[in-house]
Design a protein around this ligand. Sequence first.
Ligand code: PMT
Length: 395
Amino acid sequence: MILSNRTIILGITGSIAAYKAAELASHLVQLGANVNIIMTESAEHFISPLTLRSLTGRPVATGMFELNSEFVIEHISLAEAADIVVIAPATANIIAKLAAGLADDILSSTVLATRSPIIIAPAMNVNMYENQITQSNLSKLVSLGFILVGPVKGRLASGEMGLGRFASIGDITGAICRRLGENGDLARRHLVITAGGTQEPIDPVRYISNRSSGKMGYALAEAARDRGARVTLIAAPSALIEPYGVELCNVNTAMEMYSVVNDIAPRSDALIMAAAVADYRPANAVQAKIKKADTPLTLDLVNNPDILDNVKGNFVRVGFAAESEHLAENARAKLQRKNLDLIVANDITIAGSGFGAENNEVVLIRRGGTERKLPLLSKREVADKILDEVASLLR
Ligand code: PMT
């Protein structure tokens, strides 16, 4: 949502990773951005302007002196129209040019002419990346306010393993969203968000857990990041990818989550407990694998502490209520018992909503009784509605 109608210049330079820029461009367009592509001459050896024009539905700038351009003095008008400039992939060559302040092609000229924030995602051979000249050029750019995303370690085009691989599309998109949202309504706020289903060990190979995927909590973390918040995500095991620009604390059990929340939340502005925390754990997790036997097995369970009930401090408290019956009534009871400012009542019987789903249908109930029933929305949309309430509570 933060990218809706934002104008992004995507600068593509001559690296083998240039083909991945097509996926990045398409992803940004799908998120609602207007993507103006500028390619260097060497980038055209790796990917055709036609591919990028087809993906963005906009002209692709390839040279300083093109006739028939829709832009007047193209690099200046592109530079002025941009909310952000992203150079991905960025070669050692463009990095050196930018560090030297050169303006000898349309991309370097545009960068020099823009007042917008600039992100660079390097991709190159490990030796070129680790070369002191490249490192000192990068340090100079970072000191001037350029944002660096990646590179990451992995298999490079040369077949070597090392640092130099293009960052993921998710990380580059995350960096763009975070930078564009940094002055949002949660700027200078610290939010602690929990996600996923805790795992309570029975023996070294088995555990008790639930169907929470973590999607709701991760969506909240990304949405809060994109509104300027500093976010700590305390996550039970999940298959989801670590969100860019969020402090991730991995935990396994309810007791671990209890301890980390108690460490961090009291110094925060708001705690949002989207995690499905196991209410019980096996009384004795055994060290050796329990052998199959012909007799039934009985597990003794003991109560886990309630995290929301016990965490002390003066911050906005938001809980979820996952209910299969008497939704509003049960949620209101939890709101009171756990002394919350807001509860997100989650009817987990609705098809395509709740545990594991992409969407969620919830009712937001404030302390004091105001209720806001929302339709079935994506978890990211639900996250933003919850954060609207949190931002207003923080005001
Ligand atoms: O992860 P997803 O697949 O995206 O699914 C999202 C979700 C359905 C898990 C999420 O939207 C949700 O409803 N989370 C809360 C699930 C839950 O445990 O509800 P509860 O009604 O049992 O607990 C009420 C509140 O107390 C919750 O905020 C819970 O985090 C908290 N709690 C519960 C137990 C406990 N020991 N300590 C707690 O703090």
